[in-house]
Ligand binder design. Structure first.
Ligand SMILES: Cc1ncc(COP(=O)(O)O)c(C=O)c1O
Length: 407
C-alpha cells in the first residue's frame, strides 16, 4: 500500500521531471541592490538581481527605508489585530487616502497583499451582487481566477485582450445580470495591455462594471502613477481599480479603489479583509513614502522608461527579445523548461540572477525569462547581463536569436 509520504514524494518527483520544481534563491543582504549576496544550491556569492518587481528600486532608497524606521519609534512592530479589533492605525487612513487620490477615486481599501485584494474583492462581489457574472480575460492572474472561483457565481472567459470576443460573449448574457469585466492593465508575463477604451465602451453598451488589476503598472504609468488605465486616459471610467504596494511601491499590501459606497460594501463584507491581522504601520509608512514619491516625480518615472527603452534596444540587437519599447518588462522566450532552468543555473554561476518562469505561471512550452531593469542597474550591469545571456543562449540548442530579431 502506498504511504502518504510515498504519495507526496511521487508528486514532487513529477514536478522535478517536468522541470517545474521550485527551489528558492536565498538573498542574504540586498542593501546594495541590484547587487546582492545570494545562495542557491552549490552557489554562494555576489550576483546582480534581474527579476525583482521592485521596479523603481524604491525599496532600497533611504527615503523609503527612513520613513519606515521613523515610525518604528512611535508604533508597534505588528498591528496586533484585525482592522475591526485594535488593528487600525492612522497610517491605514493616510495610505487609503493617498491611494484614493492617486487613483482619482473617492475611496480606497487596504488588504494584506495584492493577491488577497483580488481574491477577497472578487469573491465578495460575486457572492453578494445579484445574478453576478464575471467576464474574465483568459490570461488573468491566479488571484483573479481564485477570487472568481470562490465567488461561485457565473463566469465567462474571453480571449486574451480580444475586445471583439468580449463583445460577442457579453451580448448573450441576461440584461438584468450584474456583469463585471475583469482584466489586467499590464499582463506581466506577456508585457501587453488591453485597449481599455474599447472595454469601457463595451461595458457601457451592456451595462457592465469594469475591474482592472494594475499590480504591475502602478507606480510607473500615468501622470499620477496609478497605472495603464490612467496612461490610456480612461482611469475615471474604471469602476474598481486593484493594485499592490509590494512591487513599484516598495512595501507590501494590496488595495482596491472605487466609489465610497463600493468600498464601504467591500469593507463590510469581504472575509479576506475582515478576518485577518491588518498591515503594520512600518510597512504602511514605507508605502506612503513611495506613493508620495511616485505622485510627485512623473519626470523621474519618465526617465526610467527612457532607460528601459535604451536597454531593450540593446537586448533586441543582441537577438534576445522579440519585442521592444512596449513596457518596462523584457521577456526572453526560451520555450523549454529544462533549458530555461539550465540557462538560469549557469547565469547564476556567472553572477546574474534571473528566475526561470515555468508552467503554470506560463503555458507549457512557453517558458521564459522576465527581466526587470530598475533605475539602480547601471550600463555595466546591462553589459554584463547581455554578454552572459547572449553567450549562454548561443550554446542553448532551443534558443533562436535570429527568430527573435525577425519577430
Ligand atoms: C497580476 C497580478 N495581480 C496580483 C498579484 C498579487 O499581488 P501581491 O504580490 O501584492 O500579492 C500579482 C503578483 O505578482 C500579479 O501578477
Amino acid at each position: 500500500m502506498m504511504t502518504l509520504d510515498n504519495y507526496l514524494a511521487e508528486k514532487l518527483d513529477i514536478l522535478k521531471a517536468d522541470g517545474r520544481y521550485r527551489d528558492f534563491a536565498v538573498i542574504e543582504c540586498d542593501a546594495d541592490f541590484p547587487d546582492v549576496t545570494l545562495r542557491r544550491g552549490q552557489f554562494y556569492g555576489r550576483a546582480t538581481v534581474w527579476c525583482a518587481n521592485n521596479y523603481l528600486g524604491l525599496a532600497q532608497s533611504t527615503m523609503v527605508k527612513g520613513a519606515a524606521m521613523n515610525v518604528l519609534n512611535d508604533y508597534s512592530s505588528g498591528a496586533g489585530g484585525t482592522r475591526n479589533i485594535a488593528g487600525t492605525r492612522d497610517w491605514h487612513d493616510r495610505v487609503e487616502q493617498q491611494l484614493a487620490q492617486m487613483n482619482n477615486k473617492p475611496a480606497a481599501l487596504l488588504f494584506t497583499s495584492g493577491y488577497v485584494a483580488n481574491w477577497a474583492t472578487l469573491a465578495t462581489l460575486g457572492r453578494h451582487l445579484p445574478q453576478c457574472i464575471f467576464l474574465s480575460d483568459e490570461k488573468n492572474h491566479n488571484s483573479i481566477i481564485e477570487g472568481i472561483r470562490a465567488a461561485g457565481c457565473g463566469k465567462v472567459i474571453f480571449k486574451h485582450n480580444d475586445m471583439d470576443d468580449l463583445r460577442d460573449k457579453i451580448k448573450h448574457l441576461p440584461a438584468n445580470a450584474t456583469k463585471i469585466i475583469v482584466t489586467e492593465g499590464l499582463f506581466s508575463m506577456d508585457g501587453d495591455s488591453p485597449a481599455l477604451a474599447d472595454m469601457v465602451q463595451i461595458a457601457k453598451d451592456y451595462g457592465a462594471l469594469t475591474y482592472v488589476d494594475e499590480v504591475h503598472a502602478v507606480g510607473i504609468y500615468g501622470a499620477r502613477g496609478s497605472g495603464i488605465a490612467e496612461q490610456q486616459g480612461v482611469a475615471d471610467e474604471i469602476d474598481i481599480v486593484q493594485g499592490t504596494l509590494g512591487k513599484a511601491l516598495a512595501s507590501m499590501g494590496g488595495y482596491v479603489a472605487a466609489s465610497r459606497l463600493m468600498i464601504d460594501f467591500i469593507r463590510s463584507h469581504a472575509n479576506g479583509f475582515i478576518f485577518t491581522t491588518s498591515l503594520p504601520p512600518v510597512l504602511l509608512a514605507a508605502a506612503s513614502a513611495a506613493i508620495n514619491w511616485v505622485m510627485n516625480n512623473a519626470d523621474a518615472r519618465h526617465d526610467y522608461l527612457k532607460q528601459v527603452k535604451k536597454f531593450q534596444e540593446r537586448l533586441w540587437h543582441a537577438g534576445l527579445i522579440p519585442h521592444r519599447g512596449q513596457t518596462h518588462l523584457s521577456l526572453v522566450p526560451i520555450n523549454n523548461p529544462h533549458h530555461c532552468n539550465q540557462v538560469a543555473h549557469m547565469l547564476l554561476e556567472r553572477g546574474v540572477y534571473v528566475q526561470p518562469i515555468n508552467y503554470p505561471t506560463v503555458p507549457k512550452g512557453a517558458e521564459r525569462f522576465r527581466i526587470t531593469l530598475t533605475p539602480r542597474h547601471t550600463r555595466d550591469h546591462e553589459t554584463h547581463l547581455i554578454d552572459e545571456l547572449s553567450a549562454l543562449t548561443r550554446r542553448c540548442p532551443v534558443f533562436n536569436h535570429t527568430a527573435q530579431i525577425k519577430a
